[in-house]
Design a protein around this ligand. Structure first.
Ligand code: GLN
Length: 187
């Protein structure tokens, strides 16, 4: 099993560390050809406007639109996957998740925080969520399942088919639950 990680910018190394503990092969994706033969893909956190620009510059946009295997997007990765993005310059919306997200909805870097995240699937459990200039999911559309919330019910994790999106960073808490979910759905 090969899991690709968009590897141009952001925290792809932390994702790579988690994937290695799960025994899968990791490939950093930069060019369209790198998507060939991978079983799943991670769009990491970073800066979504920067990602949008380099995805276009590297000619990856169409290949990502056509990619139909499982995807996990965290934070900026979720922003790229969303159907609609608020408070953003015209960027790139892959539209693979029928949600509306607002960029930087909790404030600036200094407003980054950790909070308990309730996972609602596969037997409820709580994990540490690391939120770094996180987006907020403001609307969950048809066909989208809620995977995780804050304690007050705010949605922080969603799934539509084989596409997962999180507003927080499990990879920064050493948390592999969603990576395992991605791998399972690729099997
Ligand atoms: N604020 C960033 C953006 O809008 C996302 C931050 C992150 O990925 N941790 O792209």
């Amino acid at each position: 099993m090969i899991v690709g990680i968009l590897g141009m910018q952001g925290d792809y190394e932390e994702h790579s560390e988690i994937l290695k503990t799960l025994g899968v092969d990791v490939r950093l994706v930069k060019l369209p050809d790198d998507l060939e033969g991978i079983d799943a893909l991670i769009l990491p956190g970073g800066e979504s406007t920067h990602f949008a620009r380099i995805i276009k510059d590297y000619g990856l946009e169409e290949a990502l639109r056509d990619f139909s295997r499982p995807i996990l997007g965290t934070c900026a990765g979720l922003i790229l996957l969303a159907r609609e993005v608020l408070d953003a310059p015209p960027g790139l919306t892959l539209g693979k998740l029928n949600v509306t997200v607002r960029r930087n909805a909790y404030g600036r870097q200094k407003d980054s925080f950790e909070a308990p995240v309730k996972v609602l699937v596969e037997g409820e459990k709580t994990m540490v969520g690391v939120f770094i200039r996180a987006p907020r999911i403001e609307n969950v559309g048809e066909g989208v399942e809620i995977l995780a919330t804050l304690e007050d019910g705010e949605v922080v994790g969603v799934r539509q088919g084989n596409v997962l999106g999180l507003t927080f960073h499990p990879e920064l808490a050493g948390e592999s639950f969603f990576h395992r979910m991605l791998i399972e759905s690729a099997r």
